[in-house]
Design a protein around this ligand. Structure first.
Ligand code: ATP
Ligand code: MG
Length: 574
């Protein structure tokens, strides 16, 4: 139901510029009215929410326009890549609700790419350069000054062909030679200044093993892979805008090679959109890998990480992430997205699906002195007031209860509507009680709170509707379970850690991003729930069963609080 409403909203909002471009292409009959996209991650890390923005679009427009979207692993650098990442990427895409048509790998095209490179050499459009990468870089020039031509630029075709073979046979050391496209050392677009298209890497590849020693660079693999696959719309982030002329150049060249060219009326088109950047976190795979490797977080799926597996473990629903991505939209302008918008999206979504239970995180004992000892009542609780089809469950009530320490105050100000001597409050799903006092230890710490209940105040009884200002949650001491609760806060203490000095990166971590509470109690009912169920601890926030949780040791993660308290905290620190 909620799902349908969501899809409706998506359909109603105006087209983004990419959808407009696709609709124009379809109208003009380009590519035989076909739409085909791909999501092209490099399997060198886990997917983060920025990647989700990219693949929601790739899969989303394919679905919307009756086309297909493939998953393609851009596996051109064997040193950093691993099958662990391949598997996690598939899992995360499916978790978010998408399914690829086919799985491809850039390495599937290594033979064709090699053939294309050989063709370019034969046509005098590529050459083997024996200079070091530093020398090549020093000759690049600047956007306003032309570069310097390599002394190897005009070497005979035969020589380049022979050396290119050697680059791949293992005879050439890493860094000793590269293959460069021979384009234009004076072009104002730096990417045209004889870009490196092949380099030597002597590291086994996770799919092709030792077959190759020469590997294509990203710019030489990406567009061609799109072309070999039949991609019509190659959607990527704005930093690739400056690569687009080179993307088009290689497609033009490829179409000149009869054995590699496809139908003349087919051509992929690259369109760029803005990245997702979130406040208080970083979105660079390299930095996230550093956090994992140095043990600054507990793995890729640490609930503080912006990775999809991190959000999943923390208790974010896939729907809330999709909703957020839809909310921020796709534009041509880079922006920093406020994480509180994502939190608002998750709150709104979980409100419709979370099962309400009780938990006491900071317990103090409450004794109902006029309630018979040994008596136990089963109170009915509605699982989700936003969705009555979710049913009900029961919770035991007895003479000794746990309540939150913050819910009692001996000398309370006038506006304190919780427990204080002489005042009434309602216990959620149970009776109205009047506080009669408390006991304290030698340090003045409250150890027990006392109250009397009014037996006529249960739902359906004569006094049930008596007005009281406060309602408290509680647990029967003899009928609840101990639990550990992990409270998460923002991973970084500055708004835009990615923009700060490289060296400071670790120093910017929020030292209070994880607080572990070990003396908590939860309702027994939580033990019957599935690990995937979303929970609301009433009056506290949304919670999720952690993957470390066992029947002996229950562990819950706080997904998000009920209200946005961060703004308040930041404005008036107390
Ligand atoms: P790397 O630093 O390893 O290149 P990457 O984040 O670019 O990391 P890729 O695996 O190359 O990772 O990304 C796959 C796709 O996801 C690319 O098309 C890229 O444009 C897109 N993408 C990556 N980060 C973001 C982001 N923050 N917002 C939107 N799209 C992103
Ligand atoms: Mg990349």
């Amino acid at each position: 139901m909620a799902e349908n409403k969501n899809e409706e909203n998506v359909a109603k909002r105006s087209l983004n510029f990419i959808e407009q471009a696709i609709e124009n292409d379809l109208k003009e009959g380009k590519n035989n009215h076909k739409v085909q996209t791909r999501f092209p991650p490099e399997p060198n890390g886990y997917l983060h929410i920025g990647h989700a923005k990219a693949f929601c679009l790739d899969f989303g427009v394919a679905r919307k326009y009756g086309g297909i979207c493939n998953l393609r692993f851009d596996d051109t650098n064997p040193v950093k890549e691993d099958t662990e990442y391949v598997d996690s990427i598939k899992e995360d895409i499916q978790w978010l609700g998408y399914q690829w048509e086919n799985i491809y790998y850039a390495s599937d095209y290594f033979d064709q790419l090699w053939e294309f490179a050989v063709e370019l050499i034969k046509r005098g459009k590529a050459y083997v350069d024996e200079q070091s990468s530093e020398e090549i870089a020093s000759q690049k020039g600047t956007p306003t000054q032309p570069g310097t031509e390599s002394p190897f630029r005009n070497r005979p075709v035969e020589e380049s062909l022979e050396l290119f073979e050697k680059m791949n046979s293992g005879e050439i050391e890493e860094g000793a030679m590269v293959l460069r496209a021979k384009i234009d050392m004076a072009n104002p677009n730096m990417h045209f200044r004889d870009p490196v298209i092949y380099r030597v890497i002597k590291h086994p590849h996770h799919r092709t093993g030792d077959k190759w020693k020469a590997y294509p660079m990203y710019d030489f693999a990406h567009g061609q892979s799109d072309y070999f696959e039949g991609v019509t719309h190659s959607l990527c982030t704005l930093e690739f805008e400056v690569h687009r002329p080179l993307y088009d150049y290689f497609i033009d060249e490829l179409q000149e090679v009869p054995q590699l060219a496809s139908a003349a009326d087919y051509r992929p088109r690259q369109i760029e959109f803005n990245r997702l950047n979130l406040t208080y976190t970083v979105m660079s795979k390299r930095k996230l890998l550093t956090l994992v490797k140095e043990g600054l977080v507990n793995g890729w799926d640490d609930p503080r990480m912006p990775t999809l597996c991190g959000f999943r473990r923390r208790g974010y629903s896939p729907e809330s992430i999709r909703k957020f991505i839809d909310m921020i939209g796709y534009t041509k302008f880079e922006a920093l997205n406020d994480i509180s918008m994502l939190e608002a999206a998750v709150r709104e979504d979980l409100n419709t699906r979370a099962i309400r239970v009780s938990a006491v995180l900071n317990p103090v004992k409450l004794i109902i002195t006029n309630y018979p000892e040994g008596k136990v009542e089963e109170m009915e609780c509605i699982n989700n007031p936003e969705d009555l089809s979710a049913g009900t469950h029961t919770i035991e009530f007895s003479r000794e209860l746990w309540i939150e320490k913050e819910d009692f105050m001996e000398d309370a100000p006038k506006k304190y509507f919780r427990l204080t001597p002489g005042k009434e409050v309602r216990l959620k799903n149970a009776y109205i009680i009047t506080c009669t006092g408390c006991r304290k230890d030698e340090n003045g710490e409250v150890t027990e709170v006392y109250a009397e209940y009014d037996p006529n105040t249960l739902s359906g009884m004569p006094e049930a509707n008596r007005k009281v200002k406060g309602t408290l949650h509680w647990l029967s001491c003899a009928h609840c379970l101990p639990a550990e609760v992990r409270l998460y806060d923002r991973l970084f203490s500055v708004e835009n850690p990615g923009a700060e000095q490289e060296a400071d990166f670790r120093q910017l971590l929020n030292p209070d991003s994880l607080k572990v509470l070990t003396d908590c109690y939860v309702e027994k009912y939580t033990q019957q729930l599935k690990p995937t169920d979303y929970l609301q601890f009433q009056r506290i926030g949304y919670f999720h069963i952690d993957t470390d949780s066992t029947t002996e040791q229950l562990i819950f993660n706080r997904t998000v609080g009920l209200k946005d308290t961060w703004g308040k905290k930041a404005n008036n620190p107390s």
